[in-house]
Every structure is written in structure tokens, then in C-alpha cells.
Design a protein around this ligand. Structure first.
Ligand code: EPU
Length: 338
């Protein structure tokens, strides 16, 4: 087992924050992971996978365990469906591309989401009308105390909007090692309802889209709005879209009749945080190397050498301004490591 010391994590988090891991180990097998968890010499462990949903604000004084488990296999199939098991260290978008090459449907709307398979269930990744939970069968997760593998089915994961049990009761207790997804082999269920997908397909003159057409449309939309972490450090949406009550909504919409919103079940309303942030004048603004993306105000960016603290300070400034202007609390979607 190769335990390295004082390793920069810059290439292990999509924000590109240059903090150091006191110790670092790369995991490519389940038995190896069990052995690492047993190491008494390193009592503090910190798990990192794709690093796409975290803001690191200081050096990590622990053994950083990088989950690099690989493999994609079909575990069950019939005429209509296939169940695919993907190991946690597989890149999410590469899995989506692989599924499309096989002709499997279900993941096309989730194209180009940064990060790895193992982190997808933690925040129930979602985009353009589809969430992971729509195709999710189960995941295997290793108990960090016992090293035993446990299964979590869809219900056990308690999925919600950018939420799961792994962000709540099970936080820091498990390491997700693999995920099983149920995909369609034919009669694919297409989700084209999201406004910008419809427009993109229309502009291309596509009337009967294939799963590949939808993926291409999603990729084009994402590329036009969201920065590529390889070029500008970022973690996708930094904030969740706030959900407010009917009463709060009535007050809000009276004052801001042109604001976009989505009506949800239970008389609740989701307001796009990107709109709120833009209205407060932050879109495209830059404070040193910490900034707000110029095409999507929900995304905070690292223009080069921003520290995690600088990004965090900017996020707090934005939260305060949104609170002052709209009386609405916006909360980070990104996991902030303090
Ligand atoms: N808007 C603005 N200004 C902005 C950004 C957005 O006015 O700077 C307005 C848009 O005009 C639109 C509304 O806000 O009316 C919604 O914008 P968009 O369609 O871009 O979606 P979003 O709600 O901002 C969510 C997800 C994204 C996901 C898109 C598409 C969250 C926190 N974010 O963004 O997810 O790609 O929908 O489904 O739910 C991510 O989680 O990292 C992520 C990128």
C-alpha cells in the first residue's frame, strides 16, 4: 500500500483549490479499502472521489483516501431492460457515454455532469427533468467502522432534491463503492419537457429525437451555460434552488412579478437561485480569483489561484445580499470542508 505524504489536492477537486493532504492513498480494490479503513496509525480519514461537489477551505490533516474503483458490468437483463453495475470511481459522464453506445436509455439527460459514479447518489444528481433516483436500483456502501458492505435500495437512500440519506443520517458513515442502475433497451422514455431541450431540438429540426439527440442537446446547453472545470475551476451549482411556502411565495411574486419559478407539490414553490443572485448584481463579478460565472449566476468559479476561504467568503456575501434583497435564504449545495 503506497501512502504518500503532503500531496496537493488541486487535481482532485473540480474547484482546483490547492490544499494539501497530510497523507494520501489511492484505492483500486475493495479489500484494499477494507485494509486502509483498519489502519490504526491513521485514525482520521477523509474520503475523496471525483471531488466535484466539495469546497476545500484548508489543508486536510488526515489520510485522504482517493476512491478509484473501476468497472462497468451488466448484472441483469431481459428484452426490455438492463441493470448495469458501475464502480464508484468511474467517471459519471463516461458511464453516460458508454450507456448510449450500448443503446441503453435513461441517462441521456444527465450527460456532462462532472464527478464520479460513487458520489452521484449522495446528492441525487439531477438535470433537465431527470434525477438519479429515476434510474437508481441500489448501491453498495462500505461501513467505515466495520469494513462491511451493505446494500441500499432506492427507498433506503431517502432521495430528495439534491438530498439523500448519505447527506443526513448516514453522513460520513459509509463509502459508496458501486451503483446499480436500471436502463431501457427499447421503448425509451424521453424527457424533452425541459424548455431549453425543446428549443435546442427545434433549432436542429429534430422532431423524433433519439436518446443520443437528447444527450447532444443537453451537452450543447450545458456547454453554453456551465464552465468546464478543466478550464475554470467550479463545482456546478454552488447553491440549491430555495423552496418557499405559498405564503412567502405570494409576498415574493407580488413584489417581483417577472421572477421565474416552478410550482411543486404541497403548495411549495422553487425559485431559481441563479435569478436571485443575478438580480443582486453578482453575475460575472470577480473578487480576485473568486468569481461568479458570467453565464450562470448559480455557479461560483475559481479563475486561477482562489483559496477555498475566498470562495466561501464570496458565497456568504451572496447569501447575505439575497437575504437582504428578497428575504429568502439560499443554502449551499456544495459540501464545504472546514
Ligand atoms: N437564471 C437567471 N440567471 C442566471 C441563471 C439562471 O435568471 O444567472 C434563471 C433562468 O433564466 C431560468 C432559471 O433561472 O429561468 C433556471 O435556470 P437553469 O435552467 O439554468 O437551471 P437552474 O435552476 O439554475 C438547475 C440545477 C442545475 C441543472 C439545471 C438544469 C440546481 C441547484 N441546479 O439549475 O444543476 O443543470 O437546473 O436542469 O438545482 C448542478 O447541480 O451542479 C447543476 C448544474
Amino acid at each position: 500500500m503506497n501512502i504518500q505524504e503532503n500531496i496537493s489536492l488541486k487535481n482532485y477537486n473540480t474547484f482546483g483549490i490547492d490544499v494539501k493532504a497530510r497523507f494520501f492513498v489511492e484505492i483500486t480494490g475493495l479489500v484494499q479499502l477494507q485494509k486502509v479503513l483498519e489502519l490504526k496509525a491513521y485514525p482520521k480519514k477523509f474520503i475523496i472521489s471525483g471531488g466535484s461537489n466539495m469546497l476545500l477551505t484548508k489543508d486536510i490533516d488526515a489520510l485522504v483516501v482517493h476512491i478509484n474503483l473501476k468497472g462497468i458490468t451488466v448484472v441483469e437483463e431481459n428484452e426490455n431492460f438492463v441493470e448495469v453495475k458501475a464502480m464508484a470511481g468511474e467517471n459519471w459522464h463516461e458511464l453516460v457515454m458508454w450507456s448510449l453506445e450500448q443503446g441503453y436509455g435513461g441517462l441521456e439527460n444527465l450527460s456532462l455532469i462532472p464527478g464520479n459514479v460513487g458520489t452521484a447518489p449522495i446528492q441525487n444528481i439531477g438535470a433537465y427533468g431527470v434525477e438519479l433516483k429515476d434510474v437508481f436500483v441500489s448501491c453498495a456502501a462500505m461501513d467505515v467502522k466495520t469494513g462491511e458492505l451493505e446494500g441500499f435500495d432506492n427507498e433506503a437512500c431517502e432521495f430528495g432534491y439534491r438530498e439523500s440519506i448519505f447527506k443526513n443520517e448516514a453522513k460520513d458513515k459509509y463509502i459508496i463503492t458501486s451503483v446499480v442502475l436500471k436502463l431501457t433497451k427499447k421503448d425509451h422514455v424521453l424527457h424533452t419537457g425541459y424548455g431549453s431541450i425543446e428549443n435546442e431540438l427545434k433549432n436542429k429540426g429534430i422532431v423524433h429525437p433519439t436518446i443520443r439527440d437528447i444527450s447532444d442537446a443537453v451537452i450543447a446547453i450545458r456547454r453554453s451555460k456551465l464552465p468546464d472545470p478543466k478550464e475554470i475551476g467550479n463545482s456546478g451549482s454552488f447553491f440549491k434552488n430555495p423552496v418557499i411556502s405559498q405564503k412567502a411565495f405570494d409576498r415574493f411574486i407580488k413584489k417581483h412579478p417577472n421572477a421565474p419559478f416552478y410550482e411543486m407539490d404541497d403548495n411549495e414553490f422553487k425559485i431559481p437561485a441563479g435569478w436571485l443572485v443575478e438580480q443582486c448584481g453578482f453575475k460575472g463579478k470577480r473578487f480576485g480569483d473568486a468569481g461568479v460565472h458570467d453565464k450562470q449566476a448559480l455557479v461560483l468559479v475559481n479563475h486561477g489561484t482562489a483559496t477555498g476561504k475566498e470562495i466561501l467568503d464570496l458565497s456568504k456575501k451572496i447569501q447575505d445580499e439575497v437575504q437582504k434583497t428578497f428575504k429568502i435564504k439560499i443554502q449551499p449545495e456544495v459540501n464545504i470542508i472546514k
